[in-house]
Design a protein around this ligand. Structure first.
Ligand code: FAD
Ligand code: SIN
Length: 549
């Protein structure tokens, strides 16, 4: 059902120009990596929407780095490890937090206008942080400021060629080595092969698998699905982080209300007005996200609520206006005032803690293939990511990847390009033309919505064996509809990728018979360090376990 290639390669005749490096995705991970590599070699960026459409754009709270004493990397390290609930790999965390201040320096050089207060960079707190170490921009529009500047800066480099509205469909490999990418030019509906020595997958997260999610429509898990099809290892995929405070607009759109609001003092209250997080964790409303969500679900279930209340009414209005201008505007459009009204919020799928397994240089187990940003599992987040550690992770590991790619490209042997191009030609000439045909267009949207609802219900915050098994069955039934069907259509390709990733999350979720971090099992409610302080690795049909390092 989940075959090696989504499209049969003999359909494809066109082979594009050679690039040493192709980056898939134009969020913080993709663009920052492309910029660094382009100082030495030509880079092609493939991105499936317009250049700036990314999760990065929507990031609100900020970017974490220990930049001001008495805070220092060891404190950031400790908070990250604690949030990760025993599954963080210490060397990845160390790399992340030690390199973070330097990355902030690079962003300042790019002209990112972080907010200033009293003549200094303004720092806030979010869930799980012991110190105010989250830098922000535009009050609550950090991602927009970073993405805008990255797009502008990367556009000024003649060494980067951008291909927007180009969907990466599959990775073409032979004997565990990357040869190129199969891509779809969405506007012209044309498939072609993009040959290269190295590819960086920076395709972001998977939030679209859930109907209740903070993520934009691009977050369909494509990079994970195509890497898994190509034989890469997928790690910690069962850990999906839900964000506690999401607001539904009058026209049924979901809008994140940043954790930084709680960082500035906002409370969570139940239907009786009680601050239910007090006494549940020493940091109360600023406990790590998984702990807050778990307590919210308990309160919502006990009080038969579909929301809880976020209360910022005691925070000076002047401060709210400076720090949260976009949230205030959004609430106003919906008839609410952050300074005087209680806001109804609920948890929504937000972030993938695991993903494509990489080492500290961002290398996957396919030669020439790297993964960076939310799609990668570096080991830095364990079972629950610390708030605002995602943007910084994209920068830190993108930097490591760029160094490795530059070094490798420099030492490449002569005749390398001709050899790979010949291999690609050989692959695409092997079999007869054979088109697959997808499910009928008419009910595709409905199928996708039903799948997303099922994921929220069965593979969401609370899981158990029965509902996870049921999810597997449903996913397999959907996947069967794709057998021998044409997939040359962006929506169908994305849906098949969503099914693939859903299959992997449900599979790992079933295997992990304990509750830890963002993986909560009703039938295995306790953390089980003796048996489960280890990573689950899915590679093809193989399941293996790796110790936490
Ligand atoms: P993205 O920014 O999602 O970029 C992925 C790119 O890949 C996009 O350009 C997309 O079009 C492209 N793409 C995807 N599939 C394909 C394909 N098949 N072919 C070609 N291109 C493809 N984190 C923080 O650290 N701090 C915050 O304050 C914060 N706030 C957040 C607020 C919201 C509402 C959300 C949803 C997330 C937030 N996060 C935050 C998480 C953080 O924004 C993301 O984890 C991070 O931006 C991911 O960056 P990325 O570069 O890996 O992926
Ligand atoms: C937020 O602003 O609450 C999101 C921060 C994050 O996901 O790290």
């Amino acid at each position: 059902m989940f075959s090696r290639y989504l499209l049969d390669l003999p359909d494809v005749k066109k082979i594009n120009d050679w690039y040493d490096c192709i980056v898939i995705g134009s969020g913080i991970a993709g663009l920052s990596t492309a910029i660094r590599i382009s100082k030495h070699f030509k880079v092609k960026v493939l991105t499936k929407s317009n250049l700036s459409e990314s999760t990065t754009w929507y990031a609100q709270g900020g970017i974490a780095a220990a930049v001001k004493k008495p805070d220092w990397w060891k404190m950031h390290y400790g908070d990250t490890i604690e949030a990760g609930q025993g599954l963080c790999d210490s060397s990845a965390v160390e790399k992340l937090v030690k390199s973070a201040p330097q990355m902030i320096g690079d962003l300042l050089e790019l002209g990112i206008a972080f907010d200033i207060s009293g003549g200094e960079i303004s720092l806030t707190t979010e869930g799980g942080h012991t110190f105010p170490r989250v830098l922000h921009a535009g009050g609550d529009a950090t991602g927009e400021e970073i993405e805008k500047k990255l797009v502008k800066y990367s556009g000024s480099f003649s060494n980067i060629d951008f291909f927007s509205e180009h969907l990466a469909v599959d990775l073409i490999t032979e004997s565990g080595k990357l040869l190129g990418i199969l891509g779809l030019d969405i506007k012209n509906n044309e498939l072609s092969i993009h040959p290269c020595t190295s590819t960086v997958i920076a395709s972001g997260g998977i939030g679209q698998l859930y109907d209740i999610s903070t993520n934009p429509s691009i977050s369909t898990g494509d990079g994970i699905a195509m890497s898994w099809r190509a034989g890469a290892s997928i790690k910690d995929i069962e850990f999906i982080q839900f964000h506690p405070t999401v607001f539904k607009t009058n026209d049924n759109h979901l809008f994140l209300i940043t954790e930084a609001l709680r960082g500035e003092g906002a409370f969570l209250r139940d239907s009786n007005g009680k601050r239910f997080m007090v006494g549940k964790h020493p940091k109360a409303e600023l406990a790590p996200r998984d702990i807050v969500v778990k307590e919210m679900v308990k309160v919502m279930t006990a009080q038969n609520l579909s929301f809880i209340f976020l209360d910022a009414t005691h925070i000076p209005e002047k401060l709210l206006k400076v720090r949260f201008p976009n949230i205030i505007a959004k609430l106003k459009e919906n008839g609410l005032n952050l300074g005087t009204d209680l806001i109804k919020v609920f948890p929504a799928a937000h972030y993938l803690n695991g993903g494509i397994k990489t080492d500290l240089k961002g290398r996957t187990d396919i030669e020439g293939l790297y993964a960076c940003g939310e799609t990668a599992a570096t080991g830095a987040h364990g079972a629950n990511r610390l708030a605002s550690n995602s943007l910084i992770e994209g920068l830190v590991f993108g930097w490591e990847i760029s160094k490795d790619i530059i070094r490798k490209t420099r030492s490449k042997k002569s005749g390398h390009e001709a050899k790979i191009t010949a291999q690609l030609k050989n692959i695409i000439s092997k079999e007869p033309l054979h088109l697959k045909k997808g499910p009928e267009e008419d009910n595709l949207e409905e199928m996708i919505l039903n799948f997303r609802k099922m994921m929220s219900r069965n593979v969401g915050i609370l899981r158990d064996e029965k509902i996870l098994k049921h999810a597997h069955k449903i996913i397999d039934e959907y996947a069967k509809l794709f057998i021998n069907k044409s997939l040359i259509d962006t929506k169908k390709i994305e849906f098949f990728n969503m099914l693939t990733v859903g299959h992997l999350i449900a599979k790992a979720g079933l295997i992990r018979t304990e509750s830890r971090g963002t993986h909560l099992r009703n039938d295995w409610p306790k953390k089980d360090d003796k048996n489960w302080k280890k990573h689950i690795i899915l590679k093809g049909q193989d399941i293996s376990f790796e110790p936490v390092t």
